[in-house]
Design a protein around this ligand. Structure first.
Ligand SMILES: Nc1ncnc2c1ncn2[C@@H]1O[C@H](COP(=O)(O)OP(=O)(O)OP(=O)(O)O)[C@@H](O)[C@H]1O
Length: 329
């Protein structure tokens, strides 16, 4: 087995935050006696990632995802622990390191706001010292795949969010990075742009072997992309495994809608929860590990004649929510 490309061991990070008092008098007092509190953003985070993986880094708001990504990109220095990526320590070997990674922060831009997109790309070419031939071929591949076309001549501030995001992704890949860090890459995008971005991420992973680490709150991103999920909560790593394993563990809940010709009596099914009931329709949820749909229908049919049945499995959001609940985060 190949050695890990990314290795974090016991990473810790605490932020010191100034406390503000309410009211003018208290605010004036706090100018002289400033109170601080400590926010433990990361507490002993360890994981390793191999070349070619697509890893979804998930967790609720404030869990520590962005802090971890910033440490892995060399933007933040942890208080403790070690982080080796491509055999380098990101924050202490930044100059040599940044040429090997690509970074997209969905909420922040790496492009120069007032100049046409192409000027930003050319600046990046000079910063990363990308040979002209490689720059041209990468730019033409990315322009075509991400349908940039006319956008290249437009100043960044005039782009829509979806257009800008496609340009950000291009900017992060011009220098052929080995690893791509994506912090909420589909935030605010419309359905078509989300699908285009996801497909593109898959393509560069498959065709160029780029290792991808992405944080997201959109579980469809995870479903479409991630081979593996790392889940963080209150600064600690709580889950490392596949979505498939999670589905097996938490995804056995089913919602069943039963249409009746006429049901005069409230249907009762042991071990299933009845959510709603009218003489025409009843909605239940049940655990498919406990009994089968056939058994459920047979029991309901004892009460009234069944006209139609539809079943829904738990969505990825529901599966992830159950995982959050189990860990009380
Ligand atoms: N620069 C900072 N100064 C003070 N506290 C910070 C700073 N950056 C992050 N924090 C705190 O550290 C914790 C983790 O924040 P982080 O941004 O890593 O979470 P996140 O998982 O990315 O959240 P979200 O999903 O909301 O973006 C939070 O409590 C946050 O308030």
């Amino acid at each position: 087995m190949s050695t890990p490309l990314i290795e974090l061991n016991g990473i810790r990070k605490t932020f010191k935050v100034a406390e503000r008092s309410a009211g003018a008098l208290q605010a004036a007092k706090s100018l002289f006696h400033r109170k601080h509190r400590l926010v433990e953003a990361l507490n002993d985070i360890s994981f390793s990632i191999r070349e070619g993986e697509i890893v979804g880094y998930i967790g609720p708001n404030g869990a520590g995802k962005s802090t971890t990504i910033k440490i892995m990109c060399g933007i933040l220095v942890p208080d403790g622990g070690s982080c080796k990526i491509l055999n380098r320590t990101p924050w202490s070997e930044r100059t040599a390191y940044v040429g090997q990674i690509g970074v997209v922060f969905g909420q922040r831009s790496q492009l120069w706001w007032d100049v046409p997109v192409l000027d930003s790309f050319e600046l990046l070419r000079d910063i990363y010292r990308i040979p002209e031939a490689r720059y041209r071929s990468n730019l033409s591949m990315l322009t075509e795949t991400l349908s940039l076309g006319e956008l290249l001549r437009v100043p960044v501030r005039q782009l829509s969010l979806g257009q800008r995001m496609r340009c950000e992704i291009t900017a992060s890949l011009l220098h052929d990075p080995k690893i791509l860090f994506l912090d909420e890459p589909t935030i605010g995008l419309d359905a078509a742009s989300k699908i285009a971005v996801r497909q593109f991420i898959k393509t560069i992973n498959r065709e160029k072997g780029v290792t991808v680490i992405l944080t997201t709150h959109d579980m469809n991103d995870i479903e479409a992309l991630a081979d593996r999920i790392l889940m963080i909560g209150k600064g600690s790593l709580l889950y490392d495994g596949s979505l498939q394993e999670l589905r097996q563990k938490y995804g056995s809940r089913r919602t069943v809608t039963v249409d009746f010709l006429e049901c005069r009596q409230q249907p009762q099914i042991p071990l299933a929860s009845l959510h709603s009931w009218t003489p025409e329709q009843a909605v239940f949820s049940y655990d498919s590990g406990q009994f089968s749909l056939a058994e459920l229908i047979a029991t309901v049919s004892e009460t009234a004649e069944v006209r139609d049945v539809s079943v829904e499995s738990a969505s990825v959001d529901e599966v992830i929510l159950q995982l959050y609940r189990e860990h009380r985060i």
